[in-house]
Design a protein. Structure first.
Lengths: 617, 158
């Protein structure tokens, strides 16, 4: 790789790459995201390699892994260019057919195309699939095109041109002005205006400043940052470079949680390549600007997503947050001015510099600009990553993009904002998704997790889940958070065990106020939200558990029982064999019974029963 | 146990105190847990107090001070996996292996742990076994995977 020393070098490099790409008759893009890896996309790629070699096509067909296109539910995903034929749920045995039919014959392979569930019509291009149609994929669309381990792919789509523009055509203050004008707000959860943060950091006294990319993404149910860093790491680097130049920083860190091995690996490869190409290091593109980036690995602590805790963790210490009377933009990493932004925020920066703040601020609502990526998961038909303009309604996301309920059960709520957010009932699905509306409804935007719940989900169980989650993740510094959450967890345990009483709810509400008011950091301050929002919209479910001692959704283990329906049971013995607790008795071909006292309520019998004879109530 | 790899690891990170978490990760990858002798070596090389090293090692969930089993079965209990039946999987595996989450089976073969989110939410419930993700799990598939590992077939798919 040649070092790029000027803007004209960059342009020339891009032309060379595009010319080289033209020699390929077709491109086969196999999704290499973590989701598709779970489906075995490695075998798909190997099969293509073998088949292309067999047909002597390896020099005319480019085979590559790409980032995640977001439709994880339908993996493994394969797209064949130039026609952009989108194949889903691809199996190894389909590969010879794709090669002979599509690549050699120019025809589509019908059975692996997406079928419109309503019109029962096969769809060839992804952009026509309902899941993608209502999206606005400004950030994610690049994931479809590039191999995250090849810098050339990023340069080919115009990568690092925003950096060149920022370095040679704009002054640092102008860049900050542009980001401020764009209305970009932090995508990590709190929604603080990015331009303002940059300005404060630039103005903070000190010669040495730092920029940090937060990829700690600890919110359970959210994975957009993983997909961005995994699928397009150079866009994050470019965003950080522009930010560092504007702020006056020469060193940066990417903090990656250790649960994301592929994101870590791709970020590492991207840094090495960017250094070799001259986008990192000294005198970048001949501008005189120096910048270096290092990766810091997390250790599995949710609280480290909080800026001061994250900084402590990079310093090699226990991740305890500190008081923010002095902000990190003034005193952050090693006491020096530090600007920390989330992965998605950084990814937006090159776009704004390239296309201008006017363009960016034309997208979204009055107070929330641009797009937001959500991880649409849980009890919904089409799960995956969706990028939508701010202001779209929950209904459009869950029903138009998500395709509605998963297995006929009615959707009753959506959880947003992770452990700091709350549940929004289906009656409010006409709510526009922006920072303010979600907060008003008792939840929040958060980093973008959107977990859909149906009648089979118990809202008391979900509230309990979050309290236990936060209890485990509380660093323990503030008494109210440490002890208050523990006590709230005990009360909720009691309710789900049928031991709740007339005072349980009032006590929960009282504790919630104390924990929120007297905790230092965001974790404790927002910890009661999931409980309060569940009580606000689903109080009757709490009352069912307390008064009737029953769980209407049949989720809370102490309140449910598994049994086998006599008339349905065929006596096949499958349940008896799989039951890990040996709680099932019965002779072959005769009715089987569950001994309730031994039953661990794991549901294995229900999962395995072909006759649908296992009942939970 | 000899700890000569610890020196190599510390040198790789240029003896930087700020690389402590990365150093501990590398030691755990090498020894499968954080042995006391290794932590003492880290303390002396980085000129840190052993107590502070233990503080960090016990604060972060990724680290273990006791040996883990030969195979690690990680069960995701993030919100998406939770609402799709993650707790059922945990009950099944606890019952099947006769251990609690965070423990290793008596034969030292399987270490079972539950984590808060693996970030593969769209295909939950998810299980991560010896470096391989398995999506769309249920209690039956989870037990079958564990059964196959016990028989020595690691990295199998469901």
């Amino acid at each position: 790789m040649k070092k790029i020393r000027s803007v004209s070098d960059l342009e020339k490099w891009r032309e060379d790459i595009l010319a080289r790409q033209k020699q390929y008759k077709a491109i086969v893009a196999v999704c290499g995201g973590t989701g598709c890896q779970a489906y075995g996309c490695q075998k798909i790629k190997q099969a293509f390699q073998k088949e292309l070699k067999k047909k002597k096509l390896q020099d005319t067909v480019l085979l590559k892994y790409t980032g995640c296109p977001g439709f994880c539910e339908r993996g493994p995903l394969v797209t064949v260019y130039p026609r952009e034929i989108f194949y889903q749920r691809v199996k190894v045995e389909d590969i010879p057919l794709i090669v002979s039919e599509t690549i050699q014959g120019g025809r589509v392979v019908e059975h692996i195309l997406f079928e419109d569930p309503d019109a029962h019509r096969k769809i060839i291009n992804s952009k026509d699939i309902p899941f993608y149609k209502a999206q606005m994929r400004l950030l994610l669309s690049n994931n479809d095109l590039i191999d995250p381990t090849r810098i050339e792919d990023y340069v080919a789509i115009g990568g690092y041109q925003s950096l060149a523009k920022a370095l040679f055509e704009m002054e640092p203050d102008e860049i900050i002005g542009e980001i401020k004008e764009s209305g970009l707000k932090g995508r990590g959860g709190a929604g603080y205006p990015t331009g303002k943060k940059w300005e404060n950091c630039r103005r903070a006294p000190g010669d040495i400043k730092y920029v940090i990319c937060n990829c700690d993404e600890g919110d359970p149910g959210a994975f957009m940052d993983r997909c961005l860093l995994e699928g397009n790491p150079h866009s994050i680097l470019e965003g950080m470079l522009i930010g560092a130049y504007a702020i006056g920083a020469n060193e940066g860190f990417i903090y990656v949680r250790h649960e994301y091995p592929i994101a870590h690996k791709h970020a590492e490869i991207a840094i090495t390549q960017a250094r070799k190409a001259g986008f990192l290091g000294k005198n970048i593109l001949g501008s005189g600007f120096n910048f270096e980036v290092e990766i810091a690995k997390g250790g599995g602590a949710f609280v480290c997503g909080e800026s001061t805790a994250l900084i402590a963790s990079i310093e090699g210490m226990v991740g305890e947050p500190r008081s923010k009377q002095i902000h990190t933009v003034t005193q952050g990493l090693w006491g020096r001015p530090t600007n920390l932004n989330n992965v998605e925020t950084w990814a937006n920066v090159p776009l704004i510099i390239k296309q201008g703040s006017k363009w960016f601020s034309s997208i979204g609502t009055e107070k929330s600009k641009g797009t937001k990526i959500f991880s649409l998961v849980g009890k919904v038909k089409n799960t995956g990553l969706v990028e939508v303009p701010m202001g779209i309604t929950l209904k459009e996301i869950i029903f138009d993009i998500g395709g509605g309920p998963q297995n006929g059960k009615k959707i009753k709520a959506v959880q947003t904002g992770g452990p700091s957010g709350g549940c929004i009932p289906a009656s409010l699905f006409n709510l526009p998704v922006d920072f303010d509306s979600l907060t008003e409804a008792g939840s929040m935007m958060g980093s973008g997790g959107m977990i859909v719940m149906d009648e089979g989900s118990c809202m008391v169980d979900v509230a309990k889940y979050f309290v236990h989650f936060l209890k485990g993740e509380s660093c323990g510094k503030c008494l109210s958070c440490r002890e208050g959450l523990k006590r709230m967890g005990e009360i909720l345990d009691g309710i789900t065990e049928g031991k709740g009483n007339g005072e349980s709810i009032a006590l929960l509400e009282e504790l919630a106020v104390v924990v929120a008011d007297t905790s230092l950091c965001g974790l404790g301050k927002t910890a009661p939200n999931p409980v309060l929002s569940a009580l606000r919209y689903f109080r009757s479910e709490f009352e069912d558990h307390i008064i009737k001692k029953r769980c209407p959704a049949a989720v809370c283990a102490p309140l449910i029982q598994y049994s086998i329906l006599e008339e349905q049971c065929t006596g096949c013995g499958a349940c008896k064999k799989i039951c890990p607790a040996q709680a099932i008795e019965g002779e072959k071909k005769l009715r089987h019974r569950i001994q309730t006292a031994l039953c661990s309520k794991c549901g294995s019998c229900k999962d395995i029963c072909k006759a649908n004879a296992v009942m939970v109530q | 146990m000899d700890f000569k790899h610890v020196d190599t690891i510390i040198e790789k990170h240029q003896r930087k105190r700020t690389a402590l978490i990365s150093i501990l990760h590398d030691i755990q990858d090498e020894y499968n847990f954080l042995p006391e002798g290794a932590l003492q070596k880290v303390a002396s090389r980085l000129q840190m107090n052993t107590n502070d090293i233990y503080g960090v090692a016990t604060f972060y969930k990724s680290f273990s001070l006791t040996p883990r089993g030969e195979h690690t079965v990680t069960l995701c209990l993030g919100t998406a996996c939770h609402v799709r039946g993650g707790p059922n999987l945990l009950r099944a595996l606890k019952s099947h292996l006769r251990i609690e989450a965070g423990q290793t089976t008596a034969d030292g073969k399987i270490f079972l742990q539950a984590v808060n989110c693996l970030g593969v939410c769209a295909i939950g419930p998810v299980m991560f076994v010896d470096g391989t993700f398995h999506g769309g799990m249920n209690s039956v598939k989870a037990q079958r995977i564990v059964e196959r590992i016990k028989k020595g077939k690691a990295g199998v798919s469901a």
